[in-house]
Design a protein around this ligand. Structure first.
Ligand SMILES: Nc1ncnc2c1ncn2[C@@H]1O[C@H](COP(=O)(O)OP(=O)(O)O)[C@@H](O)[C@H]1O
Ligand SMILES: [Mg+2]
Length: 402
């Protein structure tokens, strides 16, 4: 999958110029004071509201954002997740003020930012490309945003060192960034973004250029740092595992809007659409008959989630761990399993050992439906192999009919 990105903003860190205390204009000092109190009481920087936003790029007739809505609580980490081209970067750049929008409003801490310039929004951004100044030391890079804001030398140094410490690089402060590894460079970029004490931190696939091990380390560290700093954060990724690992809430994006936003567990257990169900985790598509609130699958009843398709003949999206598998004894003695066989008869087509879990691919005898079952390794019936006869039963766990 090619995930190369071009970033038109040259340096990824600061949007220099303002402090959160700066009010738009014409509000008067009482209103300003009230706003300051409000901002304080709702956590540093406050929350974010993106309301009914449309974005159409010049020369295009497709909406890159199509009635896009997102509300973020103060201090929350929201991850925007979705495939390439679904509008994640556009949403982030619109929030940052780097894109003109055709419709909608953007509020931060209750303040309308829609027509406030990017460098007055108090936001900081980190991109996939490190976008550091290679001929400057780590410390100089982190100090840069403070310097152009006119922060004095000593104060600048103190704050920059504090952020380098936060990202675990205080002993590398004097090193040129071009001599650093990719992971270290992204830490510097993060320290630089945090140095301006942004109201909102924006991260656009910040880990995509790193190798797998560093990616996992740094992702956990970004979460730790974000929690410690309490900064309202939007993190964009196409990687579901990354999203599940760090998000307070994940917004799953498709065609320029959020299809569902929820905490990771809710998204997994109660997907609102087929796109969400298939984007996060594995799912089976099992034919069944529905009465509107329940579906019958393989002779078993499964409750349906609220967003389920109407109609009698449906496909039901059932997670692999929500199907139980029983081995059929060789001499399939009637009565041995308490009379008639339960569930759908099927044959094993593949067994995948995943450490503590086992995934078993099967094919249903009569319909040739492919069904994947997942279970703890310890529950795998002994002597089960390719071709083994089994029966399959869905658990009565709420599922989405489509
Ligand atoms: N500068 C641009 N000019 C024209 N179209 C663009 C531009 N940037 C992005 N797009 C289009 O807008 C849509 C969303 O892009 P983007 O926000 O970059 O998606 P994502 O970050 O989810 O991969 C895509 O169809 C993309 O081709
Ligand atoms: Mg992008």
């Amino acid at each position: 999958m090619s995930m190369t990105q071009r970033h038109s903003v040259a340096h990824g860190a600061s949007t220099p110029g303002s402090t959160p205390a700066e009010a738009p204009d014409g509000n008067g000092s009482v209103a300003q004071a009230a706003q300051a109190v409000l901002a304080q009481s709702s956590g540093r920087g406050g929350g974010v509201q993106m309301l009914g936003i449309d974005k159409i790029y010049p020369g295009s007739d497709v909406k890159a954002l199509d009635d896009f809505n997102l509300e973020i609580k103060p201090g929350e980490m929201v991850v925007l997740l979705g495939g390439s081209g679904c509008g994640k970067s556009t949403a982030l750049r619109s929030l940052a003020g780097l894109e003109d929008i055709q419709r909608g409003r953007i509020l931060v801490g209750g303040q309308d930012m829609t027509s406030v310039a990017a460098n007055k929004r108090g936001m900081a951004m980190v991109f996939q490309a490190y976008s550091l100044f290679p001929h400057m030391s780590a410390l100089q890079n982190v100090e840069f945003g403070l310097e152009i804001r006119g922060v004095g030398r000593e104060e600048r140094r103190r704050r920059a060192m504090g952020k380098l410490e936060l990202v675990g690089l205080s002993d590398q402060a004097g090193k040129y960034t071009q001599q650093m590894s990719g992971g270290q460079q992204q830490r510097v970029a993060l320290a630089r973004a945090l140095a301006i004490d942004p109201r909102v931190l924006l991260l656009d696939e910040p880990l995509s250029a790193l190798d797998a091990k560093v990616r996992v380390q740094l992702r956990d560290e970004i979460r730790r740092i974000q929690l410690e700093a309490g900064t309202t954060t939007v993190f964009v990724t196409h990687d579901q595992e990354e999203a599940l690992a760090i998000a307070d809430r994940i917004g799953v994006m498709n065609h320029g809007r959020i299809e569902q936003i929820a905490d990771p567990l809710t998204l997994y257990r109660r997907p609102a659409t087929e796109y969400v169900a298939t984007f996060i985790g594995l799912t089976n598509r099992l034919p069944g008959s529905s009465d509107g609130t329940q579906a019958e699958i393989f002779g078993h009843r499964v409750p349906l989630l609220p967003n389920s398709a109407k109609g009698a003949a449906v496909n039901v999206l059932v997670r692999p761990e929500n199907i139980t598998l029983h081995a059929v004894a060789d001499t399939d003695a009637p009565g041995a399993l308490g009379g008639e066989a339960q569930g759908a008869p099927a044959r094993v087509s593949m067994v995948h050992f995943l450490g503590s879990l086992v995934r078993v691919d099967t094919v249903v005898d009569y319909s040739k439906t492919q069904v994947t079952v997942q279970m703890p390794a310890g529950e795998l019936p002994a002597s089960l192999g390719i071709g083994s006869p089994v029966t399959l039963e869905p658990r009565p766990v709420p599922a989405l009919a489509v």
